[in-house]
Design a protein around this ligand. Structure first.
Ligand SMILES: [Zn+2]
Length: 65
């Protein structure tokens, strides 16, 4: 999934593994945002949990929507 840094507007891509890890944390902790580090400016970038859920490719997870 693509993430845009709110500080420097650098757009970078989370790998499938990173996205999966983010999704797991979102689901386990019910956080509203997942923090990733901008590779350019090293700032913590907040990724909305909803965006992470949307970015996740289809799996055998039940949809609770
Ligand atoms: Zn940045």
């Amino acid at each position: 999934m693509q993430v845009r840094c709110q500080r420097c507007n650098y757009v970078f891509t989370l790998s499938r593994e990173e996205t999966a890890a983010a999704l797991q944390e979102v689901q386990e902790t019910e956080i509203k945002h997942y923090n990733v580090e901008c590779p350019k400016c090293r700032r913590q970038v907040k990724v909305p949990a909803q965006a992470i859920r949307r970015a996740q490719p289809r799996q055998d997870q039940p949809s609770d929507a």
